[in-house]
Design a protein around this ligand. Structure first.
Ligand SMILES: Nc1nc2c(ncn2[C@@H]2O[C@H](COP(=O)(O)OP(=O)(O)O)[C@@H](O)[C@H]2O)c(=O)[nH]1
Ligand SMILES: [Mg+2]
Length: 313
């Protein structure tokens, strides 16, 4: 099965809910809006809320549908949802232009030389670091990993195995050592060796634990000390099956260290697809990549239009 089919499969529950409550998406939008169809806008709103798109986006989508000149509910919903997945500025621009350009998954270019991933336990941080390493290396960049999860020896070992497999060097510390020290060493090593990109793994932590969030801030500070201006990117790794709780996590991490993007993993599982909308809308953060499986190639640059196609069709 290709990655798109795995994504579709992962989103099947959300898709069924949307189709079921909204009636067949093939119905005439004009009839839905005028109230003469078996499907109603209220039911559609319920379906959107169940899929976790959130109140703000759901209301805006309904407004867009009412204002749409199209008779095709599926088409109009697809455009409205795509807009909700675009960053604010681009959303405004697309609205002005009145169309959504073709899907074209652009390569994700990091702003600087250090990308750090953060998140709670088990969401797929270490796997994502490995996949990102494979992705950027395939784009011709030289990569270094930092095994910043010193909390568990197994975590360092897990990244070391990926490093071996991918031929990517790993800066590591002893189990139980200070993650900030590992990050400092790695950031220095990247700069001195002139490598293009450092990917920093971190230990999972509950977003409610203050001292662990402090530890994360310290890791950010020492990287900046070793390599001023870095980490240019801090990406939250979010498990797509967590729904509303994922948004709370995102908010807490965003407050502790200023996030620059999100990687949503496990979209091949039973994903609540709408949570991506809330991340973009309510946190103003772009989705950078999506994870659709456990192997090194199961990471795709995020494309809103493609994602909506997987969700609706
Ligand atoms: N199905 C699926 N599994 C994933 C994905 N990303 C990570 N995993 C699995 O989730 C589990 C936890 O991953 P890990 O990277 O160790 O999480 P961490 O604790 O955040 O570092 C592992 O079994 C991974 O193989 C994904 O996109 N899809
Ligand atoms: Mg890990």
């Amino acid at each position: 099965m290709g990655w798109f089919d795995r994504l579709r499969q992962g989103l099947s529950r959300s898709r069924e809910q949307l189709n079921e409550l909204a009636g067949p998406l093939g119905v005439d939008l004009k009839e839905v809006v005028s109230g003469s169809s078996s499907a109603s806008l209220e039911e559609l709103q319920d379906a959107l809320l169940l899929a976790d798109v959130g109140q703000i986006a759901a209301s805006e989508i309904l407004e867009d549908l009412k204002a749409s000149g199209s008779r095709d509910l599926r088409q109009a919903l697809s455009e409205a949802l795509t807009l909700q997945l675009e960053p604010d500025a681009r959303r405004a621009q697309l609205r002005r232009l009145g169309f959504t350009p073709d899907a074209r998954r652009a390569a994700v270019v990091p702003r600087g030389a250090v990308i750090m991933v953060v998140g709670v336990n088990g969401v797929g941080k270490t796997t994502t670091v490995a996949k990102l390493g494979a992705y950027y290396r395939a784009q011709g960049r030289s990569v270094l990993f930092a095994a910043g999860d010193t909390f568990r020896a197994a975590a360092t070992e897990q990244l070391a195995i990926w490093g071996d497999r991918l031929g990517i060097p790993v800066t590591r510390g002893a189990a139980g050592s200070d993650p900030a020290a590992v990050a400092f060493d790695a950031a220095t090593a990247r700069r001195v060796r002139g490598l293009d990109l450092l990917l920093v793994d971190t230990a999972g932590r509950l977003h409610t634990k203050h001292n662990l969030m402090e530890e994360l801030r310290k890791v950010v500070r020492v990287i900046d000390k070793a390599d001023p201006g870095e980490p240019a990117e801090i990406w939250l790794v979010l498990d797509a099956s967590t729904g509303q709780n994922g948004l709370l996590q995102a908010q807490a991490f965003h407050q502790a260290v200023k996030l620059s993007g999100v990687v949503v993993t496990k979209l091949d599982g039973t994903a609540r697809g709408g949570i991506l909308v809330q991340v973009v809308r309510e946190l103003g953060l772009p989705i950078k990549f999506i994870g659709v499986g456990e192997s090194q190639d199961d990471l795709q640059p995020f494309d809103a239009r493609e994602f909506v196609a997987a969700l609706l069709d």
